[in-house]
Write a protein that binds this ligand. Structure first.
Ligand code: CIR
Length: 253
């Protein structure tokens, strides 16, 4: 179960964020409202939410998931793969020290985005992507091992991040989409396959036995409910315009 979440408000310059989605520019005012609703959804799952101010120096900084990995016992400050995001991690140490005694760091030439890290109990799957390199993954695996956890790598072909197409929603249930559907590594899970026209909803978010689902993906919502979960719909249309999904918007621990 998670107790805490950290989020960062979107900044006005979010319109300059990195994107491959051809969905137009995000509307900042709308993004602020959606972010508020997201925070309320986290709170309704029982989390204490720390809300950081928007940081106009970094248009993508609302996607705070990418700058750290938060486990039960320790945190790891990552080293984001995109150059424009590299220094988003500055200041995170002080924030994480409010919660953790042990804080590690991924160091250059290692790069790693938190969106490439999926926790399943004591094991962490790490996507090797355009953002996360082998060196970054190796550093994380060493940190995990030293702390009695484990990690393994999953090379990505087309996805931005590992969790763009995969979400572990506990109880052995795994949402899978695209290149991950037939990966032998995930055979042992009860896979809930996400339809191509709902691909964005493969990034849904388990929090304390509820699952946040992006608004507008009814088939995925139904499948998750059929697996026994209460779902909460959250509109993330403005973040989607920047390739961001539900998990990207918070650190949970
Ligand atoms: C980026 O390209 O870095 C941002 N526009 C989106 C990051 C999404 N983060 C995530 O999936 N964890």
């Amino acid at each position: 179960m998670f107790k805490h979440a950290i989020v960062r408000k979107p900044c006005a310059d979010m319109v300059k964020g990195i994107t491959s989605a051809k969905l137009g520019k995000p509307d900042f005012e709308k993004a602020i409202l959606q972010h508020n609703s997201y925070v309320n959804a986290l709170k309704s799952c029982g989390l204490n939410v720390k809300i950081l101010e928007g940081n106009n120096k970094f248009p993508d900084s609302t996607f705070i998931e990418d700058v750290a990995i938060c486990t039960k016992e320790f945190a790891v400050i990552s080293n984001p793969g995109a150059l424009s995001r590299r220094d988003e991690k500055d200041g995170m140490k002080t924030i994480l020290e409010e919660y953790y005694k042990n804080i590690f760091e991924i160091l250059f030439p290692g790069t790693l985005d938190g969106g490439d890290v999926m926790m399943v109990g004591n094991h962490y799957y790490i996507g090797i992507s355009d953002r996360t390199n082998q060196e970054g993954a190796n550093q994380l695996i060493q940190i995990l091992k030293k702390n009695n956890l484990s990690g393994s790598v999953i090379p990505l072909k087309t996805m931005l991040h590992l969790k763009t197409g995969l979400s572990y929603i506990e109880n052995n249930n795994l949402l899978v989409y695209g290149e991950f559907v037939n990966m032998p590594e995930f055979n042992k899970y009860d896979r809930i396959i996400i339809d191509a026209n709902e691909a964005y909803a493969a990034n849904s978010l388990w929090i304390n036995n509820k699952v946040l689902v992006p608004k507008g993906f009814p088939k995925t919502k139904k499948k998750i409910e059929k697996a026994g979960y209460i779902t909460i719909e959250v509109d993330t249309s403005e973040f989607r315009k920047l390739d961001g999904g539900l998990s990207c918007l918070s650190l949970r621990f």
